[in-house]
Design a protein around this ligand. Structure first.
Ligand code: URP
Ligand code: ZN
Ligand code: ZN
Length: 470
């Protein structure tokens, strides 16, 4: 049994902040104390460093066919990027191909991860079809296999979008099966009309991606999903909230005590509509959905994460190369594959512009990036905290380490970075997955295959250490 002792670090969880020692044995945290007098195979001097729970990213798309192409990051490259950024667990989306059963879809996605996993992962099931492929009965059985969240797209008409009947029936199943319903909330029908109108008028540049998806379409769908979830009695999680119009109905629902949560993504704090106007088709790098909004929304989002109107920050990492993939839409913005990268830089950016800028506390940062996603998605307390019995997924974070974010040094395969040239202070120095060293001295130490599939607990239930890994 190998052991690691992390000494004299500033241990920060969602609730705590103290200087202490953390002992890891058999992949778990076995002891925490002020000054532990124990032998260990490896001793890490963490004085002057933060000791954080590994990041949990609840929203990623690796090796996903979308928009006429496939995301450039597969499980190995995406998870390698995640590890360098201090994320040790994520939940990726299985997309049910139309006509396929959920079992076939899940098998296909697990096959993509086979032997490639660098960090731990679970899956959400994105439902596209309840008629020809998966049935309501099959859907109800997914939580048994550790897939305890269903995702529905209210946009992307003709591709992933479902109608309200499918959305509502899925919510009814979730209410019984113990799953959390996730929605991509935009009014896909209205957007489809606006896109057709724009193209008919000869408006083809990237900025029309945003102009045809106004914030009201996000606000309307968010409200619709909240009301339907209320009728069905299902818990609801609204993904990638980008604007005031969507924050407002979530705030109202939470004020009423309804089972509604929302996330935003790193990019919505930093990228605004004007990025889409960059010349020479550079704007296409920022074509993701919902689109970058007017800058005023950035303060709305900071306020929402500070006050727990929004409960998590994900990346929605869905990376396409600019050259060769984004350029599919050179003459038609609607053909630009939607999605942006970010898996590696969530902690960097939120620490720099959230914590160091005084917008949120260190505890709140840990809560948004790790604890709250772990709790909502059935991973807690195995993931998302530093506690005796939890997996030793730990980031030793140097708050003084300077780094310039760049595509030339990041670990994703994608050929650009949304935050190119941003200078930050504070970066992971050592990243452990279940006590195994993933990243040390800016090198990936572990080999692919070390990551595991995590069967998640049902919504509202805890994931105990003994039960989880399949
Ligand atoms: O543009 C995005 N966000 N692409 C990924 C799919 C989704 O909508 O989450
Ligand atoms: Zn989406
Ligand atoms: Zn997404």
């Amino acid at each position: 049994m190998s052991s690691t002792l992390i000494k004299s670090g500033r241990v920060i969880t969602a609730a705590d902040d103290y200087i202490g020692d953390v002992l890891i044995e058999n992949e778990r945290i076995s002891l925490i104390g002020e000054s532990l007098d124990v032998d260990a195979d490896k001793v890490v001097d963490a004085s002057g460093k933060y000791v954080l729970p590994g990041g949990v990213d609840p929203h990623t798309h690796l090796d996903m066919p979308f928009g006429g192409t496939v995301t450039i990051d597969d499980v190995e490259s995406g998870q390698t990027a995640a590890a360098f950024g201090g994320t040790t667990c994520h939940v990726d989306f299985v997309i049910q191909p139309r006509g396929a059963t959920f079992a076939a879809a899940l098998d296909e996605w697990r096959g993509k991860a086979d032997g490639k996993q660098v960090i731990d992962m679970g899956y959400h099931m994105a439902i596209t079809d309840l008629d020809e492929g998966g049935s309501l009965e099959e859907l109800a059985g997914l939580p048994e296999q550790g897939v305890t969240s269903y995702k529905l797209f209210m946009a992307y008409k003709g591709a992933l979008m479902v109608d309200d009947e499918t959305l509502f029936r899925s919510m009814q199943v979730a209410a019984d099966s113990g799953a959390l319903v996730m929605v991509h909330a935009e009014n896909g029908d209205a957007i489809d009309v606006l896109v057709k109108d724009a193209l008919a008028a000869g408006n083809t540049e990237p900025r029309y991606h945003a102009l045809t998806r106004p914030p009201e379409t996000e606000g309307e769908a968010t409200n619709r999903a909240i009301q339907l979830a209320r009728v069905a009695g299902a818990p609801l999680y609204v993904v990638h909230v980008s604007c005031h119009e969507a924050v407002e109905p979530i705030a109202l629902a939470r004020e009423k005590g309804w089972n509604v949560w929302g996330e935003t993504c790193t990019q919505y704090f930093f990228v605004d509509y004007t990025f889409l106007e960059r010349p020479n088709f550079e704007g296409a790098k920022f074509v993701y959905t919902p689109p970058p909004r007017d800058k005023a929304n950035q303060d709305v989002l900071w306020n929402a994460v500070r006050t727990d109107i929004l409960s998590a920050v994900s990346t929605d990492h869905c990376a396409f190369n600019w050259d060769g993939q984004k350029t599919l839409g050179k003459d038609d913005f609607s053909k630009i594959p939607n999605g942006g990268p970010g898996l590696e830089n969530r902690l960097h950016m939120i620490h720099e512009f959230g914590v160091r800028a005084g917008r949120i506390s260190l505890n709140r940062m840990v809560e948004l990036l790790s604890t709250s996603p772990a709790k909502l998605f059935g991973l807690y307390p195995r993931k998302g905290t530093i506690a005796v019995g939890s997996d030793a997924d730990i980031v030793v974070f140097d708050p003084d380490k300077k780094h310039t974010i760049s595509a030339s040094t990041h670990h994703s395969k994608v050929d650009y970075n949304l935050y190119e040239g941003t200078e930050i202070t504070g970066s992971p120095e050592l990243v452990l997955l279940r006590g195994n060293v993933l990243v040390e001295n800016d090198e990936l130490v572990a080999s692919p295959g070390i990551g595991q599939y995590v069967a998640r607990a049902r919504f509202g239930e805890e994931l105990k250490a003994e039960t989880a890994v399949a």
